[in-house]
Design a protein around this ligand. Structure first.
Ligand SMILES: NC(=O)c1ccc[n+]([C@@H]2O[C@H](COP(=O)([O-])OP(=O)(O)OC[C@H]3O[C@@H](n4cnc5c(N)ncnc54)[C@H](O)[C@@H]3O)[C@@H](O)[C@H]2O)c1
Length: 302
């Protein structure tokens, strides 16, 4: 155990990582974990989703190979370390499970209920939730002291930050080991206390929500709002483009958590954001949000 904790460039005794949810975040987490040398099992509710995730990982890794940031043999070895299963039992020997399923508290709770009895007693659980209380999720498991928030940024292979969030019960060993894993993934961890939406989204999502209000009130159209923030505030992406990228359903879920968790009307989700989500226009992943992605370049929908 001790040799594991210090060895393998900060492996912290973790060799096998389970990833639950193979969507845009889960496939990125599997990607960087495999490249860092971990053995990875990716789980989702349908084989088609797992096949899509593997295809995305292959495509993204081959892009890294063609850019020269990853060697061809490293990419091949990493792909060989990823297995997939729709059966959660495949995660039974994982040392760390990173849950990255949809941002829905009940779904996450159901996942932990099914997962915990399968896991080794010492296995750690992390959630990639953007906003849900780590303390509350941890309390639904059999190991609140081994439960932690590991909040990756999108797209995972490109973005350097991981917020590591301690629930009230998270023990020091879990926090230290998960921080070591984040470093081994090539990420810079930032520590956040467990309050609604943590640090990045507490600041970023109200800005996006305000951009949607600006659109709703007719202050500017999609193009004007995004151009204004790109050129006027030097943001690499406009807030509406960023919202589409994150997923409008995720944006709305985070605003609801802020609104309810901090009980302050300044966090009320914009009705136009709700309308887009109701329409199923949830951004890039559905082909349409504040932009329509069926043509290149994407065209604004307002
Ligand atoms: N999108 C972002 O920018 C971003 C950034 C950081 C964190 N997150 C968080 O990451 C998590 C996933 O977000 P995403 O953007 O990848 O969403 P997504 O919709 O792309 O993927 C979610 C995946 O979860 C799967 N899933 C649903 N129920 C499941 C279950 N019971 N068991 C296993 N898999 C299940 C779905 O099939 C889907 O493939 C959310 O908690 C979100 O808040 C998102």
């Amino acid at each position: 155990m001790a040799s594991d904790d210090t060895g393998e460039g900060g492996g912290a005794g973790i060799r096998k990582i389970g990833v639950i949810g193979a969507g845009q975040m889960g496939n990125g987490i599997a990607h960087v974990s495999a490249l860092a040398g971990y053995s990875v099992v990716l789980n989702d509710i349908g084989q088609d989703r797992l096949d899509n995730a593997l295809a995305t990982i292959e495509k993204n890794m081959s892009r890294q190979v063609s850019r020269g940031t990853v060697a061809e043999n490293e990419s091949a070895a990493a792909l060989g370390r990823i297995s997939t299963s729709i059966d959660m039992a495949a995660l039974a020997d994982a040392d760390l499970v990173i849950e990255s399923a949809v941002e829905n508290e009940q779904i996450k709770i159901d996942i932990f209920e099914a997962l915990c009895p399968l896991l080794k007693p010492g296995a750690l659980i992390a959630s990639n939730t953007s906003s849900i209380s780590i303390t509350r999720l941890a309390a639904t498991t059999d190991r609140p002291e081994k439960f932690v928030g590991m909040h990756f940024m999108n797209p995972v292979p490109m973005m350097e930050l991981v917020e590591v969030i301690r629930g009230i019960a998270t023990d020091r060993d879990t926090y230290a080991r998960v921080t070591a894993v984040a470093r081994r993934l090539g990420k810079s961890p930032a520590s956040s206390e467990d309050f609604p939406a943590f640090i990045v989204n507490r600041i970023l999502l109200p800005m996006i929500n305000e951009a949607v209000y600006t659109l709703y009130e007719g202050v500017g159209n999609v193009e004007a709002i995004d151009t204004a923030l790109r050129l006027g505030a030097r943001h690499p992406m406009g807030p509406l483009q960023l919202a589409d990228f994150i997923g409008l359903d995720t944006c709305l879920a985070v605003m609801q958590v802020l609104y309810e968790g901090l009980a302050d009307s300044k966090y009320r989700p914009c009705p136009l954001l709700v309308k887009y989500v109701d329409a199923g226009w949830v951004g890039r992943k559905s082909g349409r949000g504040f932009y329509d992605y069926s043509s290149e370049p994407p065209t604004p929908t307002r």
